[in-house]
Design a protein around this ligand. Structure first.
Ligand code: AMP
Ligand code: MG
Length: 329
């Protein structure tokens, strides 16, 4: 890992690293972010690996301007007003992903919405412009530790897990961005942050609900973040298939059988996916949501998933699969 003072040369180096699938820590006006190319699932999986996150929670996608945001998500009138008024700045908008949105599904943990924001830190903006790709970035710290507001915090926490730290002193706000969900009938703050409910309500000229998941009585039932789960039953640690099940394999599925019918390898292409033939957890994480979605069809009785080792990224993969076996949530 190298810590480099941000200037035109190091910013362009960082942009190249991002495009090649590297991890770059960079300053935003809120905290230092741990960035990866949002179009590259394996790069995004490295974020979770580096942070040691035991769960796949959706990440914020950083873009350089409103036009780039509009390539990814569908804007509505509130989004137009909020973006016009608060971007670049510490406001994250949750909006429906476009049908042809190229962002890897791991970024949004399989949800059909994406969190987007244009940061105002000049280094972040230059980096995003130079990279030319949307950049997924949570805070650049080990999961469960304090958010980093200086390059030293980042290197103490993540060390060699990050390819480069673009250093530009301490962040101004130190508070995280406000996460505003504009995908429903009412604007809802999912995470309070640098921009307040009062400011948002004044600018949007409507009520803004705060639902950060902490109150036992949600102010707006049904609007809490739901995790993606397939609509057909999911079975983990499968060693063979029931007739009619689709297969989500990990590693070789050469010897998987279908009870009383034959071999899994003879299933039609559409009924069978492999998270990683080589048994690579990083590749499996990158493929997880898209493959679950591909197999989630009423044609099948369910999805049988082969065992995935409960280590490294496997912990987060198994966490998500376990939730999916229970329906959603
Ligand atoms: P962090 O990674 O620490 O910056 O936090 C990102 C925040 O954005 C978390 O509170 C996520 O739950 C939230 N978030 C990101 N994407 C979505 C989404 N599509 N729907 C709801 N919340 C989201
Ligand atoms: Mg964080």
């Amino acid at each position: 890992m190298s810590i480099k003072t941000a200037n035109d040369k190091t910013i362009s180096e960082a942009a190249s690293l991002l495009k090649e699938g590297g991890l770059v820590a960079f300053p935003t006006e809120t905290v230092y972010g741990l960035g990866a190319n949002a179009l590259d699932g394996k790069a995004v999986a490295r974020i979770f690996e580096a942070k040691g996150r035991p769960q796949f929670n959706p990440l914020i996608v950083h873009v350089s301007d409103v036009d780039q945001a509009k390539e990814l998500v569908v804007f509505n009138e509130w989004a137009e007003i909020a973006a016009h008024h608060f971007w670049p700045g510490p406001l994250t908008l949750i909006l429906p992903r476009k049908d042809d949105c190229p962002v890897n599904e791991l970024v949004s943990a399989g949800l059909d919405t994406i969190a987007v924001r244009v940061p105002s830190h000049p280094v972040a903006l230059k980096l995003l412009k130079a990279a030319g790709v949307p950049v997924a970035a949570p805070s650049a710290n080990i999961s469960g530790t304090l958010s980093p507001t200086t390059p030293a915090h980042v290197s103490e926490g993540l060390g060699d897990k990050v390819d480069m730290i673009l250093a530009a002193g301490a962040c101004d706000v130190g508070l995280e961005s406000t996460v505003l969900d504009l995908s429903g009938n009412t604007p809802v703050i999912l995470r309070p942050g640098a921009i307040t409910a009062e400011e948002l309500s004044r600018v949007l000229e409507c009520d803004v609900i705060v639902d950060d998941g902490n109150s036992d009585k949600p102010k707006s039932p049904g609007m809490i973040l739901k995790h993606y789960a397939p609509s057909i039953p999911l079975r983990m640690n499968a060693i063979d298939l029931e007739p009619g099940e689709a297969l989500l394999a990990f590693g070789s599925d050469q010897f998987m059988g279908i009870k009383g019918v034959g071999a899994a390898k003879d299933l039609p292409e559409a009924q069978r996916r492999n998270l990683s033939i080589e048994g690579d957890l990083n590749e499996a994480a990158a493929n997880l949501f898209a493959m679950l979605r591909a197999l989630d069809s009423p044609e099948y009785n369910g999805i049988a998933v082969m065992a995935i080792p409960d280590q490294g990224l496997g912990v987060a993969i198994n966490d998500r699969l376990r939730r999916a076996t229970k329906g959603s949530g």
